[in-house]
Design a protein. Sequence first.
Length: 442
Amino acid sequence: MQLVTTSPRGAPIRRGAFTTSALGRALGIGALAGVLGTGGALSAAAAGRRLYFFVPAARASFPGWLRGPLSGLGLQLGARAGAALLAALFACYLVALACAERIPARLAIGAIIALHVVVLLAPPLFSADVFSYIDYARLGAIHGLSPYAHGAADAPGDAVAPFVGWHEVASPYGPLFTVGSYALAHLSVGVTLWIYKAVAALAGLGCVALVWRLAVRTGQEPRRAAMLVGLNPLFAVYGVGGAHNDLLMELLVLGAIACALREHQRAAGAQLALAALTKASAGLVLPFMLAGAPRPRRALAGALGATVVAGLAGLAVLGGHPFEFVPQLFAQQRLVAHFSVPNQLGVLLGHGGLTPSIRLVCTAGFALALAWLLWRTRRGADWIAGAGWATLAALLTSAWLTPWYVVWLLPLAAIAPSRRLRLATLAFCAYLLATRVLTHLV
């Protein structure tokens, strides 16, 4: 006989359903606590000890302004312990996602905000890219050198140079981001760093807020969508913790999607162009927006108008080279990341890594996937899902891949009406994290 009880309003509730709901709520809340505990431990450990695993920028020194306020906790962990914490954080994240519908919305939102605050207070985690942002601005504004033709090696005496990871590489970032970064060039390196960290945290929370709103509009469960993005270790710990400009780019992309769904096509096209002029990878979304828009000419006009305005602003600030970042993009694509899928494919095939043939096959595969996805979008398939699949295809076939690049993908997967895209995105996140974790655990 099935046990039945009643709710406070007298409606019958099956005991089994109540137990499942209570268990799911308890597991979900426990997983949120695990996310915050492991995220906090990672942040405190990064501040407590000079270790390349946590803070690559600290290769030369680890001053107090770089360590941040969490250094006073005195937590010191090694790389193996840090890798184990990353694995535990991802496991807690998956459990929280599985229980998302049982978790009260306020708790979910509070956990996302708390995680962002924790990684904001940490040193720049798992990357030194933020110091390249600072260096490119100082090259142009202080040393009179084009950031699109010079790197940190051309101003070795600058205060930021010891913390830069790529000394010979010119800027691959768009003129909108570069012009904006000039405003901070004359501040001290330490102050500029923490401004970038604060901007990254605010941009990350802005992305989560837009994902929540867009998920409601596209018929997705908003708690799960927000948690898929905001609690993801690659988004929060790598993206926000590393103060990456990908978050600013994605905030503009999501704003463009919001405008497109409200049928403000010119504004949508303009915002997407500004996103691409921050970081070029945002441009992959534009053809899908145009393919799915009822009035694509308006979106295209908005994109062209924003590009012209940004180009004029770039000419005024940068001189005659506002679009010279484009050659740097092609130069970056000649780089090979050890854990990129094409390189690992070369290892599995016994070639030791990427070969020209594998690169050609991957490039052709991406081109075919892009053409097929655009064809499906023109025939009525959801354009946000199409853009998400195209972004995943780009990440899978690129020879240059870093963990925080999933910032481009996660929000699209969260709001698109495609469960398969979300599962594929989580599998890709698991691959990226596993390649980092296993290196230090095995």
